[in-house]
Design a binder for this molecule. Structure first.
Ligand SMILES: Nc1ncnc2c1ncn2[C@@H]1O[C@H](COP(=O)(O)OP(=O)(O)O)[C@@H](O)[C@H]1O
Ligand SMILES: [Mg+2]
Length: 48
């Protein structure tokens, strides 16, 4: 199992957007089952 962490203190630098698109792509292309864990109190990825 690979674990990829996208982290940066800079807000608005596309972290959430990147992982959302990355995860949809890995699922749609059957690259790998992918699990998203949203640790941001803002919860924008969970809402998405
Ligand atoms: N490649 C891109 N081109 C244009 N706008 C983008 C791109 N990636 C992200 N955005 C926009 O930038 C904003 C912040 O992105 P977000 O992924 O929420 O950043 P972060 O999670 O790092 O705070 C959002 O409004 C998003 O739609
Ligand atoms: Mg974010």
């Amino acid at each position: 199992m690979n674990t990829i962490v996208i982290a940066s203190q800079k807000g608005g630098s596309s972290k959430t957007t990147l992982v959302a698109h990355f995860t949809v792509t890995t699922e749609q292309k059957n690259i790998s089952p992918t699990v998203l864990i949203d640790m941001d109190p803002q919860s924008s990825l969970s809402s998405w």
